[in-house]
Design a protein. Structure first.
Length: 358
């Protein structure tokens, strides 16, 4: 066993985090936990995981579920393509049987090298090394490697090194150990070098390069988008639509949206053609700004959101609104909304609608 692996394994025995998906070798449960944790911190993902597997305890239950229900159980986790891929992958498995080979696992929709290695090592004890952000950081610092981790050479170099360092007799524990170590000790900012068991042989510590490693060559480019949401109130009814386009939040529900090319001041927006077109044909329309300047950051986009309330007489709820669903406010929790809208609904509108019903 190499020194690096030996030290990590003994650190892990003392410091491992007790997490529900660590007590199982069920590949389905491990798959769900790994997909949830891909873009979500452990503390945040924990409750979601429990709720998700309580409702969908195995491949069959997930495959047979309605997509809207799957999305509703994912609501709040973001990166909704993960939920769609999980659902599609579950539906692709004959008789609900999870694959037993690395190639079979890797072929599942939404499963990349990292997830396949995690599932195969944790569930089946197969010798595949995981490489995620934590692993890149620990390896880059400990071995002092400045090849950019997002270059093709970097990916190859780190994948080969990770595989070389893997303790083949204990692949599950080793993989968990290096990831926990990166999350708890060798953290992106202020790593705990003073009490680090690898400190004596760490290249970055010796060379004063901790904050310079790992190296990334590209910064993620973000684009700004300006969303103006219309929260329509017709007594106890409102309007929503399903986002079916190939865009963020596909298959989630939202209030009527008017996207603009910049952030318009409220007075300007209230005078805009887009808004008057939306309100056309409806008598006694009262539009009020509810919440403005809400910033919602996604991986590649920054959403600048404004919310307006449009009050219409309750009798308008009888009319047709092509492209929209008319739903009761007290039924809105049954529709999966993006986190931005869910937060708005919880904070502003829900309180107001509860007050109105009293
Ligand atoms: S000494 Fe510091 S930089 Fe090196 S592995 Fe330990 S925590 Fe990471």
């Amino acid at each position: 066993m190499n020194l690096f692996g030996t030290i990590l394994l003994s650190w892990y025995q003392e410091n491992k985090r007790l997490l529900p998906w660590r007590d199982t070798q069920d590949p389905y449960l491990i798959w769900i936990s790994e997909i949830i944790l891909q873009q979500t911190r452990v503390a945040q993902g924990y409750e979601y995981y429990l709720r998700f597997v309580r409702r969908f305890p195995d491949v069959k239950a997930l495959a047979e579920a309605d997509e809207d229900e799957v999305m509703r159980h994912w609501q709040g986790l973001g990166y909704y393509s993960r939920a769609r891929n999980l659902h599609e992958a579950a539906r692709s498995l004959p008789d609900g049987v999870f694959p037993r080979t690395y190639q079979g696992v890797r072929a599942l929709k939404g499963v990349g090298d990292y997830t396949a290695a995690a599932i195969c090592s944790f569930a089946y004890g197969m010798p595949y090394a995981v490489v995620d952000g934590n692993v890149y950081r620990v390896l880059a610092r400990y071995f002092g490697i400045d090849t950019p981790i997002d270059s093709s050479l970097g990916k190859k170099t780190f994948a080969a090194l990770a595989q070389e360092m893997l303790v083949k007799e204990h692949p599950a524990d080793y993989n968990q150990a290096i990831m926990d170590f990166g999350a708890l000790v060798c953290t992106p900012q202020s790593p705990g070098c003073m009490f680090c068991p690898l400190a004596e042989s760490c290249s970055a510590l010796a060379g004063g390069k901790i904050s310079a490693l790992p190296v990334k060559q590209h910064k993620t480019k973000q684009t700004d988008r300006y969303f103006n949401y219309l929260f329509v109130r017709m007594g106890n009814y409102t309007l929503i639509r399903k986002r079916t386009e190939d865009d963020i939040w596909k298959n989630l529900f939202e209030f009527p949206l008017l996207e603009t090319d910049k952030d318009y001041a409220a007075e300007e927006f209230l005078r805009s053609d887009a808004l008057s077109n939306f309100c056309q044909g409806h008598a006694e329309t009262l539009v009020t700004p509810l919440s403005r300047g809400v910033k919602h950051v996604l991986s590649h986009r920054v959403i600048h959101a404004n919310f307006y309330e449009i009050r219409l007489p309750e009798s308008e709820a009888e009319k047709e609104f092509p492209g929209y669903l008319r739903v009761r406010l007290d039924d809105l929790d049954n529709y999966a909304l993006p986190r931005l809208l869910h937060a708005f609904w919880e904070k502003h509108a829900k309180k107001d609608s509860d007050t109105c019903r009293m």
